[in-house]
Design a protein around this ligand. Structure first.
Ligand code: SAM
Length: 214
């Protein structure tokens, strides 16, 4: 299955559009089923050094960054969308396009959940170069590009009565997902400088932890 990019409907809807709100509700359910926040809470803290700052790109409606901040890992957010009402006061919010953002130098740790699959090879290479300028740790959770993931996702949509935006965006997100070493390679991480671990859980969650070599 070749990686294929299709624009996502949520990205073109105004934040207050009822279909966008419905889709963000569905996304919260999908993330809960995939166990994404639990995985970040388990994976991130042991890798942080004192004083390191964390940025979540594509932070969306803010549940992950808020949960990490509550757990003691203050996480700034970046998204095209506005600062969520529940975003912690202790954390900053950058309303920006990830490719126009100029504050990478402030962050030693960059994380993202379901954001990297939005970008083509050229975009991922550019993003990797920008992040790697300062980052020591990059942690990503995405979707595995498995045909079986499409069947599991369609079944989940039926159970939770996901709306049309979620059904479309989930399907195209799986088509744009990653297999094997694709994500670190597309980001252009140099194996002489970075070591990484990629894995996929039984639900089709693709996880990457990349750390700069000492
Ligand atoms: C599928 S949603 C995931 C949101 C959140 N991470 C989650 O798991 O619930 C993708 C998010 O990436 C954001 N996004 C897409 N393209 C972006 C870009 N070029 N720069 C910044 N954010 C972007 C969208 O606004 C959206 O909030």
């Amino acid at each position: 299955m070749i990686r294929k990019l299709t624009p996502e409907l949520l990205d073109s809807l105004p934040p207050n559009d009822p279909r966008a709100k419905g889709s963000r509700r569905d996304l919260r359910i999908f993330n809960a089923v995939l166990g994404s926040a639990r995985w970040f809470r388990h994976t991130l803290p042991p890798r942080l050094r004192p004083g390191e700052r964390v940025l979540e790109i594509g932070a969306g409606s803010g549940e992950l960054g808020a949960a990490l901040t509550r757990a003691g890992v203050v996480t700034d957010g970046l998204d095209l969308g506005p600062r969520p009402a529940a975003w912690p006061v202790a954390a900053r919010w950058h309303r920006a396009d990830v490719f126009a953002f100029t504050g990478w130098g402030d962050y030693e740790v960059v994380i993202g959940n379901l954001i990297f699959h939005h970008f083509d090879a050229a975009g991922l290479r550019l993003l990797g170069t920008r992040m790697a300028a300062q980052a020591r740790v990059i942690v990503a959770c995405e979707l595995a590009r498995w045909p079986v993931s499409q069947r599991l996702f369609a079944a989940l949509c039926a159970v939770v009565r996901a709306n049309d935006v979620s059904r479309h965006d989930g399907r195209v997100s799986i088509e744009a997902g990653f297999l094997g070493e694709e994500l670190p390679e597309l980001l252009g991480l140099d194996p002489a400088v970075w070591r990484w671990r990629v894995g996929t859980n039984c639900l089709g969650s693709y996880q990457m932890v990349a750390e700069r070599r000492a």
